[in-house]
Write a protein of this length. Structure first.
Lengths: 339, 339
DNA sequence: CTGAAAGCGCTAACAT
DNA sequence: ATGTTAGCGCTTTCAG
């Protein structure tokens, strides 16, 4: 049994497809009498428009896609809580796609792929793709990039000032009297730009305090997960001269690091102070609660959505801009102790 | 400047659209010579198929949607880590939609909405929709429901045995010598079926141990979040005769409860033992690590995807089945203490 | 205010 | 193996 189409409705109502379309979309004025006739037919037939056909005809879908490396990273999950309502309010539905940070998959998505037509625009958080890879993107796809890449002028970029934020974090540790500060999360390779900016801030804070950086206290990790933090912390504790504080490049890393410290019977912050990054909910409830850098997620979400939709709706080419959201340091028990 | 179409390619290559389509889709055999000609034309024109047009013509999209109430619930995020690869392996792309547990939004999605055509099928985790509401669903939409609803025979349902799992959790607390056991997370209203099954298990365990249930130790919460757990635990501690153990209906609730206990200077599990539900990663790293019920998420994901795709591809109507994944009790520090 | 008809870009039945 | 062509279901220009 075939789906009922707009034409079926038109036939039953005794009007033309044009009129039915008008009624369905609230276009043009339609006589109340006609409208009612049509609506009755729609109800009777259980008609629903085929959104695919509509999209094909109009060339727009009303959907935007948010592409993230991992959906189980709380930072993204929390960011989406801002993005989704912001987009809905502006009449767009949000769908989410996970890439696993896979370079190829990411490339397909921003490239001139055929899925292009499914979405009016994309908010993209790259992981596997280097800055250069971004260049091969589809120039027709309205795009906003999240994170640490710099716009090439054809898309917008929104993030926070990672270097400054990282400097703040490490400065906080210095101000607490810590002197041997480690860093967990560096990624010294092309796609590790986010991590490298944080390392840069780590160094800047040392410089500002006239302290040399002990390179052996900078631990690289493949990702920013709990497991990475746990492993790296273990390595630091096996160091001949272990740190008295650690700057972790995410709250998940911090959570893993704290886990290892507890396993080894060490206290946080008495033995080792820990500060994270992202301000995920987890850190507000864990024991100890985790000091962190709090990016203004709502602002990031709002900016990203606004820019994207401006890009979608504008007929002129929109120049790409760099948008910077605020951040602040939130000091909690993992550095201050229990008050 | 118009997008280049299949017809443009055909013209340039001097073949018919049919042949280009064949080449693009790897259909029928095409002479190597022709194929090459076509491919050259495609490259030269930068052609990409319009997936919308294709979907409209074929009536399928190759996409399935996973609908969850909240993306920032780790349980769903972790479940998706199983669903996405399973679906990709079978040739389907996965998109995720968040409903905020909103009844209306959920209803639209499973109802005969126009978005129906965007997806070949849906894996749906309802929250705002009651068992009855499910009945108004679009009968043509291949559907697999996750969680605690029971299939009406027109869709599949996959979950674990919540009553048994909850009984196990509470029995574990009894076996540790705890006598005053509380429960956090009941939801005594139509959409709280999941919660009610857990409460049922809570009661069953009491019955099995010949212990009466103290109704004042069953705390209802609106959701299963950390904040809910924290608030409920505070209420329990203000009880004239506080519990010595708590069964929390999610690990997030457990995390919140532990937070409150620590704030009040109480020890877990010495003063109060805590067990959660879901086995999210958080609980494996927190202090103390959280005892929990571990649903076999990989199995749930795999079953859901398999059934859905069977439903999508089958021409005959597929009878709805109830699928049950395994669960097991994982005892960690929050009940056993530090060993 | 409504009708007729030409696409949107692709697939696939039918023909050769 | 490839060409022809009629749709898929909707929107929208152009008439009336």
């Amino acid at each position: 049994m075939r789906e009922t189409t707009l034409r079926d409705v038109a036939d039953l109502a005794g009007v033309s497809p044009r009129t039915v379309s008008n009624v369905v979309n609230g276009y043009a004025r339609v006589t109340d009498a006609t409208r009612e006739k049509v609506e009755r037919a729609i109800a009777q037939l259980g008609y629903r428009p085929n959104v695919l056909a509509r999209n094909l005809a109009t060339g727009r879908s009303g959907q935007i896609v948010v592409v993230v490396p991992y959906l189980d990273t709380p930072y993204f999950a929390e960011l989406l809580q801002g993005i989704i309502p912001a987009a809905r309010k502006l009449g767009y539905n949000v769908l989410v796609d996970q890439t696993d940070g896979d370079r190829e998959h990411e490339g397909e998505l921003i490239g001139r792929g055929s899925r292009r037509f499914l979405f009016d625009g994309m908010i993209f958080s790259p992981l596997g793709l280097s800055q250069e890879d971004l260049a091969v993107r589809d120039p027709d796809l309205p795009l906003v990039v999240l994170g640490e890449r710099v716009s090439d002028g054809t898309f917008d970029h929104v993030g926070i000032d990672d270097v400054a934020a990282s400097t703040d974090a490490v400065t906080h540790l210095f101000s607490l009297g810590r002197r041997r500060i480690a860093a967990i999360g560096d990624q010294p390779y092309p796609t590790g730009e986010a991590a490298q900016l944080r390392t840069q801030g780590f160094r800047a804070a040392h410089a500002a305090h006239g302290r040399p950086v002990d390179e052996s206290l900078i631990i690289s990790t493949a990702r920013f997960n709990r497991a990475d933090g746990a492993t790296a912390m273990a390595a630091l504790l096996d160091h001949a001269d272990p740190p008295d504080a650690v700057f972790c490049y995410s709250d998940l890393v911090a959570s893993g690091a704290i886990h290892t410290l507890h396993q080894r019977g060490l206290r946080v912050p008495e033995d080792v102070a820990i500060i994270g990054y992202d301000d995920i909910e987890d850190g507000r409830y864990s024991s100890p609660t985790i000091s962190t850098i709090q990016p203004d997620k709502k602002a990031i979400a709002q900016l990203a959505v606004e820019r994207l939709i401006k890009r979608i709706t504008s007929t002129e080419p929109v120049p790409g801009v760099e948008l910077r959201a605020e951040h602040r340091l939130i000091a909690r028990e993992s550095t201050l102790g229990i008050s």
